[in-house]
Ligand binder design. Structure first.
Ligand SMILES: [Zn+2]
Length: 278
């Protein structure tokens, strides 16, 4: 990704590292994300892509239940609050947005709204994908889940036009099963995490998802630099199970499909969370 100019401080970057487990984020060596501090252990709003993003689109971002800290506990104070005739803002809320989704709301406030989603749920050729993408002014679906390079190249172009603040969304698919990234030494055809599979490997899940995270985050630096004075939320839409209680992958309720890492800065200020869980 080429160097980007700084975005205005009212801009917002939302990154979902699809299926990324909290413990993977803790174990990984993160050269770029570490500027946002260690990952905070949060709970996703749902255990699969569509539901979790649909929830985030209306302001229910992953959070720490009961924390009573704005933005990290959306029940206490929302980073993105949709306001309308029924719902009012509280003094603890971050961005107050009109409309039917936070994307629509940012658009109504004059933002450029650009997004790219790698996993199949974002395919605009399907009715559900079209629904998830509908409020972005510009959206890129790369047709393959491990496409970070083309997604970052597309965003780089989109973010160089105009002077308006931006709401920028990136869903990266490398951390989703089968945990493969461009240039990896293993085949994308090998999936160590098949629901109800008999030949799954927790060790491969751990090492490959970690490699995929490190691959992604090393390439995020230009994007994080561009939003360094703005708001950045990096998280996952859900986790994965790796054999806990006999379960594999996501799309089913379990503490491990709900547990996600979260990094946050608001208008250039890093937000720190509670002490990391042992
Ligand atoms: Zn997902």
């Amino acid at each position: 990704m080429t160097e980007l100019r700084k975005l205005p401080p009212e801009s917002v970057l939302l990154v979902t590292l699809d299926s990324l487990r909290y413990d993977t984020a803790v174990r990984a060596t993160c050269s770029s994300l570490s500027r946002l501090g260690p990952p905070i252990r949060a709970m996703a709003p749902a255990h699969f892509t569509f539901a979790s993003h649909a929830a985030m689109w209306v302001g229910t971002t992953p959070g720490v239940p009961g924390l009573k800290q704005p933005f990290l506990d959306p029940k206490w104070g929302r980073l993105f609050r949709l306001v309308n005739g029924k719902v009012r803002a509280t003094p603890r809320d971050g961005f107050l947005l009109p409309g039917r989704s936070i994307i629509d709301g940012f658009g109504q406030l004059g933002y450029r709204t650009v997004g790219t989603g790698a996993v199949d749920w974002f395919d605009p050729g399907t009715p559900t994908g079209a629904w998830l993408c509908q409020d972005f002014q510009r959206f890129f679906y790369p047709q393959t889940p491990s496409a970070l390079g083309s997604q970052l190249a597309w965003l780089s172009k989109e973010l160089t036009t105009g002077d308006a603040p931006a709401f920028c969304f990136l869903n990266a698919g490398e951390t989703h099963v089968p945990y493969w990234h461009e240039g990896a030494s293993w085949s994308p055809g090998e999936n160590p995490c098949v629901p109800y599979g008999q030949t799954n490997s927790r060790a491969l899940c751990e090492s490959r998802q970690r490699s995929c995270l490190e691959f992604i985050e090393a390439r995020l630096a230009p994007l994080l630099d561009a939003f360094s004075e703005a708001t950045i939320l990096v998280t996952a839409d859900h986790g994965d199970c790796w054999g806990e209680d006999g379960l594999w992958e996501h799309g089913t309720w379990h503490a491990k499909t709900m547990e996600v890492p979260l990094w946050l800065q608001v208008r250039g200020q890093r937000v720190t969370g509670p002490e990391a869980a042992p």
